[in-house]
Design a protein around this ligand. Structure first.
Ligand SMILES: [Zn+2]
Ligand SMILES: [Zn+2]
Length: 140
């Protein structure tokens, strides 16, 4: 049996070349490298042009709008306040500059998560106390 020698090979999503598929990355190493270089260029462009929008960057850098949006959602890239980008919080719809949620919603989510955890833990304790008190009352 040669089972161990079987490699997972795929076609690169960008250039179509066959490459060794590792860790769910759909691009071949060359395209991945090119994409990283592109990212650095885009980041620099956004930094040098504070008022630019996604469309402008896309055209100037020859990167798809979808790719730029993905970088924004991953919080790798952030546009400036002066930019006219239309990126909205997925929860409240407020205009944001990077990521998926605004600061307030992020905080609220972290807070709610903490509260949910606390109620779950606290409630049974409270109930038990009430019962104990009642029992004590009956005993007296
Ligand atoms: Zn490729
Ligand atoms: Zn929000």
């Amino acid at each position: 049996m040669n089972g161990g020698d079987i490699m997972d090979v795929r076609n690169c999503k960008s250039c179509g070349k066959v490459f060794n598929y590792i860790g769910g990355q759909p691009l071949c190493p060359q395209c991945l490298k090119a994409m990283d270089d592109k990212f650095d260029d885009v980041k620099k462009y956004v930094y040098d042009h504070p008022g630019c929008g996604i469309q402008e960057v896309s055209e100037a850098m020859e990167v798809s709008v979808a790719t730029i949006r993905r970088w924004l959602k991953e919080e790798r890239l952030a546009f400036s306040e002066q930019s006219d980008i239309a990126l909205n919080c997925e929860n409240c719809g407020k205009r944001i500059l990077t990521g998926r949620f605004c600061k307030e919603c992020k905080n609220a989510m972290a807070h709610n998560l903490g509260n949910m955890y606390q109620t779950k833990v606290e409630e049974p304790k409270y109930e038990r106390k009430k019962i104990e008190n009642k029992m004590r009352f009956l005993e007296n």
